[in-house]
Design a protein around this ligand. Structure first.
Ligand code: GLA
Length: 321
């Protein structure tokens, strides 16, 4: 009897703007990138896991186990390869989950794929993450960033201008997302929403009514970040790269000062990128606490020397085969 082997690929993502907004029902603007993870699955009597990639997410079997449990998949041999840098904040775990789900036979809409993989991520990591990473990996569109409204989960593709380049650079500092800081930020946002209602509908005046200074600052980040996502999408559509770049840098300042998820290494990196010739702006991307920064530059702009950086292209989402 021949056993059917299935193979699937899912991309990583970079978030252009809109961080720590997804789990409050806010706006995010990620894009799937041209680096990702391939999972091969061959049904068999027991589970076995192999990888030839030194870089696969630490404890990666846990993520595949969680996806298999979510899908009630039959055991088999799983093999993983990846072109993504791990622990960089480019969602290598989401790419792994989404590729694994397709290899294990998931067959349905991108949103359901993302929701089931988000549940698997939460189970495997213990971090109460939002939907952004898995939805970007599942729903990516060639040449387009994805404007996602995390209240109604609609995805609107926004073209990335041809004369722009998206550059991702590593701070050299591994992310420490699994720590309690992410969950603490989420709790702060829930505390804010319990006072002023859903942050996705709140105004600056609502935020000003919050008495606790820390909770007020968290809410100020979320409410201002949602507006920056709208403005950034409009700037991309208007081909206004200087305006888009300014919004990136303003987002970084808000994540640094109001949301307190930046680090010295990220601040230093963002400073270097934002002021480089041909660059319009930069910010930390993803959860923060280390990992990568993203920058918007003119096509062909020279990357400042000494950085570990990648020029990334907006790419299509996950696929079987
Ligand atoms: C991580 C989570 C996402 C999102 C970002 C911050 O990547 O997995 O859901 O909350 O952090 O924007």
């Amino acid at each position: 009897m021949t056993r059917a082997t299935t193979r699937a690929y899912a991309p990583g993502r970079v978030n252009l703007i809109g961080d720590h907004t997804d789990y409050t029902g806010g706006l995010v603007l990620p894009m799937a990138i041209d680096m990702g993870t391939t999972v091969t699955y061959e049904p068999g009597p027991t589970w076995s896991f192999t990888t030839d990639a030194a870089g696969v997410e630490p404890g990666w079997e846990r993520y595949v186990d969680a996806v298999a449990a979510e899908l009630h998949a039959e055991p088999g041999a799983i093999a993983v390869t990846t072109t993504l840098p791990v622990g960089a904040g480019l969602s290598s775990s989401a790419a792994l989950e989404v590729a694994a789900a397709l290899a294990l036979g998931f067959d349905g809409p991108a949103l359901e794929l993302a929701q089931r993989c988000q549940r698997a991520e939460q189970a495997a990591s213990g971090v109460p993450c939002g939907i952004m990473d898995q939805l970007a990996a599942a729903a990516g569109v060639e040449g387009q960033a994805l404007l996602i409204d995390c209240t109604d989960l609609t995805v609107t593709p926004i073209p990335v201008p041809d004369d722009a380049e998206v550059i991702v650079a590593h701070s050299g500092q591994a992310r420490a997302l699994a720590g309690s800081a992410y969950a603490e930020r989420r709790r702060d946002c829930e505390a804010a929403a319990s006072q002023i209602g859903p942050l996705s509908d709140a105004t600056a005046d609502d935020v000003a009514r919050i008495t606790d200074p820390r909770i007020r600052a968290r809410a100020r980040h979320v409410v201002s970040e949602n507006q920056r996502v709208r403005d950034f999408a409009a700037a991309l559509q208007a081909h206004d790269l200087p305006m888009a770049g300014q919004l990136l840098t303003a987002s970084h300042v808000s994540l640094r000062d109001d949301f307190e998820v930046s680090t010295d290494a990220l601040n230093h990196l963002v400073g270097k990128l934002a002021f480089a010739a041909g660059f319009h702006g930069a910010r930390l991307t993803g959860a923060g606490f280390g990992g990568c920064a993203v920058a918007l530059a003119d096509k062909g702009a020279a990357i400042p020397p000494g950085l570990t950086a990648w020029r990334v292209r907006a790419s299509s989402g996950a696929r079987r085969g």
